[in-house]
Design a protein around this ligand. Sequence first.
Ligand code: URA
Length: 224
Amino acid sequence: MKDSLKLAKYLAGLGYGSRKEVAIAIRDGRVTGEGESLRFDGEPIDPPHGLVIVMHKPAGHTCSHADQGPLVYDLLPPRYLKRDPKFSSVGRLDAETTGVLLFTDDGALLHKLISPKSNLPKTYEATLARPLEGHETALFASGSLVLRGEDKPCLPAQLEVTGARTARLTLTEGRYHQVRRMFAAAGNHVEALHRSRFGPLGAEDLKPGEWRILSEPERQTLTG
Ligand code: URA
């Protein structure tokens, strides 16, 4: 009895239902195996607390529950949102931005990754409305670019011109709509934006909308 209460509490914390619902599922024999081979309805149980996921975010999905339209969370098993501790994206991407988006239920890791002190480089591939003029690399690297409505200059950022209207921008901070606003400050307009790297992680192995759980070594590369 004690063990099945413990198991119900554990599975409820992973979002498999309320403790009562999970207790009924256990009684009905839907939970089988034990330890590493524990299964729910024949499927392996989700990883315990400390879960980190990388997603290739597709265009049109929002990261905020407050926004209209499909959510990035709609692409994940609904039980992930019922996990306790809470599961959420690591920062946000705009609805139309694609690329690497992380999620975790590890609050300390989340804090560390989104902290301005983390200095973790994030790389974006931007497609612009107008050809680059040549002054942008120095402007973004200067450490003196002040975005509209702000008074603190952006930290120096590295721009690599990859085509007449395409560029790769690496930032170590994450202000609201930062890439779009930096190019707007340079007199241009971002037409499409893709985050190709978040620190050491890319999403080349994933199609838009796909995701996977990070391995332990990958997780460790994030915290260095
Ligand atoms: N900068 C932006 O402008 N948008 C994003 O989604 C991420 C960075």
